[in-house]
Write a protein that binds this ligand. Structure first.
Ligand code: GCU
Length: 623
């Protein structure tokens, strides 16, 4: 099939990137690390053996000698062996997972074990599981996320290592599994790293552990590990366009392997073949296609089949682009009315990971009459994107290049690329995700700008169909004049601007006189707001009261209305969230209180004010 240049160019770039991905995974693993073979896409649409539930745990206090053997080497002979102490006879191990306490997976350890509330370090997880390895199949241990660095052993063999607390990874365990009882041991180290992403200082709680689902995924010897199915994205939006395009990657498939993409409801079906790298690009016209949008979040069953393998995903098709200062969804200008959200479970607290958490969060957003959410400052559980796809919300997804990052270090850039690839690979088929963000509030200097600009190029190579953004806070202030001329704007499709007039700087009223100047691009006011303890009432000039918070917001909305390029707003933040640095007793108590809702789901005055503004669509215009 000859692909037209309009379709083939971005496709081959994405294909190249996909192949590069596997290569990068191999190269980027430090010498001590076991390379990752691949990252499975659509695992939540495969039949898996869940390993969620009770796992035994042991704490490895600093210097964590059971994990670190010195000189950056990993200790493969400590707790990884899962030995049991000889109660009689020769002295051996002084630990025993079998009789150790248990902890729930998924979940952070901080909110499960009171003594570990403030623990940042190494915790070891262990559980047994049964397996019946079948011939001509492969089995992967899929980990939804583990914060921050993790090392995985199965039956005493180290099978993989991973850095990054908010994206999934897969460990090939085929070679180490045996019929019957097996065991897995995972060491998770939540210690902050200067050269980490994020680095050592960040304004959210550093929940440690296996924070998302863990499962065993068995697939045929060669199988579909990655795919991209999207509405063809031409230079301009075309209402008549029903061309679906993308690729299916079949790992270890011989060239010429047939791959079928079948979308019955759209009367779209095609069979293509893999090339030497297992890539099968395709393009097929859908006879009938309803585009996905918040008003009609139409998802299609997309059946993929290749060799012995098959997978069915639920995918919506839509077109997102910018045109001058407008953001166009399916060719129609939109205004994004949303809020920021950290991945913290409402009411229950701790890291959010369940469908119940996702439904509750989107419930609040629905009540707010929002159509958009910025998932700060890192990829959230995949259920958030799935729920947004299902319920019709638009999403900003971000990697945690938060404030001070070691932008001068190539090894840190490599980590950022891996996180970007993991984020995009997991969610590239999610219609709800319209924006990839490469960073938040990073200092405006050439080293940083080079680092992030290169990352933007990488993002475009991986996905030429979405918008690239970043939340900026560097601004040139001249009296009431605020000029956004950060050079990073040049490479962004949409400019995110964070500002806290009326809270961190000045009085709420000062917002009345502020005049913003932005490049001729769509602008989202990605953060603004003030803190208030729920139930704390008083005069509007009394800080920390709900009345002051609502007043700051009122003044902010008036200021935002004057920005011609404004195409959206996400106040900081939907819900109060834990942050260790927020320590004013009786007001903060370890929480950042800029939520429109308390951590228990109690709505503050500001919630109703914003709800009214979103109901009336009174903050800004789509064009
Ligand atoms: C910053 C930052 C957030 C932080 C917020 C605040 O802008 O991006 O992560 O929580 O301000 O200070 O409340």
């Amino acid at each position: 099939m000859i692909l037209s240049p309009r379709i083939s160019k971005p496709l081959t770039a994405a294909l190249k990137s996909a192949t590069l991905f596997c290569w990068a995974l191999l190269v980027l693993s430090s010498p001590a690390q076991q390379p990752l073979q691949t990252l499975l896409v659509g695992v939540d649409h495969r039949t898996v053996t869940s390993l969620d539930g009770d796992w035994h745990y042991l704490v490895d206090m600093p210097p964590a000698g059971q994990l670190y053997a010195g000189k950056g080497q990993i200790n493969d002979h400590g707790y990884a062996m899962n030995s049991h102490p000889n109660l009689v006879g020769k002295h051996n191990a002084e630990y025993d997972f079998d009789t150790a306490p248990t902890i729930k997976v998924p979940g952070d350890w901080n909110t499960q074990i009171p003594q570990l509330f403030n623990f940042e370090g190494v915790l070891w997880y262990q559980r047994d599981f049964d397996a019946q390895p079948q011939p001509n199949t492969r089995t992967f241990l899929h980990i939804g996320a583990a914060n921050y660095r993790s090392h995985v052993w199965v039956n005493q063999k180290r099978v993989c290592d991973h850095e990054g607390g908010y994206t999934p990874f897969d460990c090939d365990v085929t070679a180490v599994l045996h019929p019957g009882s097996n065991f897995v041991v995972i060491a998770v180290d939540s210690t902050r790293l200067q050269d980490g992403i994020p680095s050592v200082g960040f304004d959210w709680f550093n929940y440690g552990g296996l924070t998302r689902d863990v499962s065993l995924v068995t697939v045929p010897q060669s199988f579909i590990d990655d795919y991209d199915v999207h509405l063809a994205h031409g230079p301009t939006f075309d209402t008549a366009n029903t061309q679906l395009t993308g690729y299916v990657h079949v790992l270890d498939a011989p060239a010429g392997t047939p791959v079928t993409i079948d979308i019955p409801e759209a009367a779209a079906r095609t069979t293509v073949t893999t090339d030497a790298e297992g890539n099968a690009p395709f393009s097929v016209k859908a006879a009938k296609l309803a585009l996905w949008s918040p008003d009609s979040p139409k998802l299609y069953k997309v059946h993929l089949a290749a060799g012995q393998d098959q997978l069915t995903d639920d995918i919506g098709f839509r077109d997102i682009r910018v045109d001058g200062t407008r953001i166009l969804l399916n060719g129609k200008a939109i205004f994004l009315e949303g809020a920021n959200m950290h991945a913290e479970a409402p009411v229950r607290g701790g890291r959010a990971f369940s469908q119940e958490d996702a439904d509750r969060i989107f419930g609040y957003l629905r009540e707010l009459h929002a159509n958009f959410v910025r998932l700060a400052h890192y990829p959230h559980d995949e259920r958030m994107e799935r729920t947004a796809d299902r319920d019709g919300f638009l999403i900003w997804s971000e990697i945690p290049n938060w404030q001070r990052i070691s932008f001068d270090k190539p090894e840190v850039y490599a980590k950022a690329v891996t996180m970007l690839r993991e984020m995009i690979r997991r969610d590239r088929n999610k219609a709800s995700v319209i924006l990839w963000s490469v960073s938040n509030e990073t200092g405006n200097n050439p080293t940083r700008t080079k680092f992030l600009s290169d990352l933007v190029v990488e993002a475009r190579k991986l996905d030429g169909t979405r918008l690239i953004t970043s939340a900026l806070n560097s601004i040139r202030v001249n009296g009431n004049e605020r000029v956004q001329d950060d050079p990073l704007c040049n490479v962004l499709d949409v400019i995110g601007q964070n500002e806290y007039v009326g809270w961190y700087e000045g009085t709420p009223e000062e917002a009345d006189n502020i005049h913003w100047t932005f490049p001729q691009k769509p602008v989202l006011m990605s953060e603004f707001g003030a803190e208030a303890k729920f139930g704390n009432r008083g005069r509007v000039d009394q800080r920390w009261t709900e009345d002051n918070q609502a007043y700051v917001l009122l003044k902010q909305l008036e200021m935002l209305r004057k920005i011609p390029q404004l195409r959206g707003a996400t106040p900081w933040i939907l819900m109060d969230f834990r942050s260790p640095g927020r320590n004013i007793p009786l007001l903060q108590d370890g929480y950042n209180r800029k939520g429109l809702i308390s951590e228990k789901g109690e709505k503050k005055q500001a919630f109703s004010l914003l709800q009214k503004a979103y109901t009336e669509h009174s903050i800004g215009k789509p064009e």
